[in-house]
Design a protein around this ligand. Structure first.
Ligand SMILES: [Zn+2]
Length: 232
């Protein structure tokens, strides 16, 4: 009995720990890949900036994108948008144009040491822009009238768990009829990188993996989570 209680406690700790970074790990990891692909040398800055709209601006009213030209399947879980309204992309554009005015010095580059701004400000702006872009891709940010607690939140939490465990396998999650999968997430980063290449002088240098393949640690953590959901 004592053993079972101890096991339950360990499982609780593991689950609780991973839930502390709700949804932010997803945003930060997506932005980090952009930084790595562009050799931006501002990883911690862009990871932090990627959560600024949720954490600091709290302007959730600007995080959706209703687009009537995208087919929408009617469902009991949500209603299809009735008008075009996409402040998320407008915000992204604002922050990308702001980023073009920053000096954008890479701390690792030689010329950087001669410049005064080593603050990674350009990449912070790009990190903020990425938040709005990636939010515009969330299924629940494209429809209206859904239940936040039954559909929207568990959907984003399931994706977050994949990012927290560093699961780069070909996963798919499903919630209230909405699906998301790993290759879509990689595709969203590619789309944002294309926008970035077309809107600024930055050039993509490489294509790094978004998440590593799910190794033994990741598999163990997933296994413990499944076990935990039976115990608690
Ligand atoms: Zn958001």
């Amino acid at each position: 009995m004592k053993k079972a209680a101890f096991l339950a406690f360990v499982v609780f700790l593991l689950i609780h720990q991973s839930a502390s970074a709700w949804q932010w790990e997803t945003h930060s990891t997506l932005a980090e890949k952009v930084c790595r692909d562009f050799n931006c040398s501002c990883i911690s800055e862009i990871r932090d900036a990627a959560v600024i709209p949720d954490r600091d601006f709290k302007d959730n009213i600007n995080h959706h994108c209703y687009n009537l030209s995208i087919p929408c399947k009617p469902s009991k879980y949500y209603s299809c948008p009735k008008k075009n309204s996409c402040p998320a992309i407008e915000k992204m554009e604002d922050w990308l144009s702001k980023s073009q005015n920053e000096n954008g010095c890479n701390r690792s580059s030689r010329s950087c040491s001669k410049l005064s701004d080593t603050s990674c400000q350009k990449w912070k702006d790009i990190g903020i822009a990425s938040h709005y872009f990636f939010d515009s891709k969330v299924f629940w940010h494209k429809v209206q009238g859904e239940s936040y607690s039954d559909c929207h939140e568990p959907f984003e939490a399931a994706v977050e768990k994949k990012f927290e465990s560093g699961d780069g396998s070909n996963w798919t999650i499903e919630q209230c009829g909405a699906e998301e999968n790993y290759s879509n997430m990689v595709g969203y980063v590619k789309e944002f990188e294309n926008i970035l290449e077309n809107s600024s002088a930055s050039q993509k240098a490489q294509d790094t993996p978004l998440l590593p393949e799910c190794g033994w640690r990741c598999k163990l953590r997933n296994w413990v989570r499944i076990l935990g959901s039976y115990i608690i």
